[in-house]
Design a protein around this ligand. Structure first.
Ligand SMILES: C[C@H](O)[C@H](O)[C@H]1CNC2=NC(N)=NC(=O)C2=N1
Length: 101
């Protein structure tokens, strides 16, 4: 899968929930604040199953109740459509997992 242009990345981010582009890292990232540690681990597990299903994987940082997903395509050395697609799946799982505001 090919690297996306800056324009495509910006467009893609506009359709996502809470992702920002870390240009230096060549990745997009989103932090999700969960109500407690176990809910965060459950979210990570749900994301892990989707990642296996689509054979595309986020880098995940777990700090107590803050879960940060970094999405890049390692094989391509930057952001591809697979990253935007997985980010959208992560958004859906986070929306399901988070208590309604
Ligand atoms: C063989 C397998 O398809 C590759 O190793 C996949 C698996 N998941 C991956 N995930 C991500 N984020 N980047 C990759 O380059 C990648 N490669």
């Amino acid at each position: 899968m090919g690297l996306l242009s800056e324009e495509r990345i910006t467009e893609g981010l506009a359709g996502l929930e809470g992702w920002e582009w870390d240009r230096k890292a060549g990745a997009i990232r989103r932090s999700v604040e969960m109500p407690d540690f176990i809910s965060g681990i459950h979210l990570v597990t749900a994301v892990a199953h989707v990642a296996e299903e689509v054979d595309h994987h986020p880098d995940i940082d777990i700090r107590y109740t803050t879960i940060t997903f970094h999405q890049t395509t390692h094989a391509a050395g930057g952001i591809t459509q697979a990253d935007l697609d997985l980010a959208a799946r992560i958004d859906a799982l986070a929306a399901e997992a988070l208590p309604r505001p």
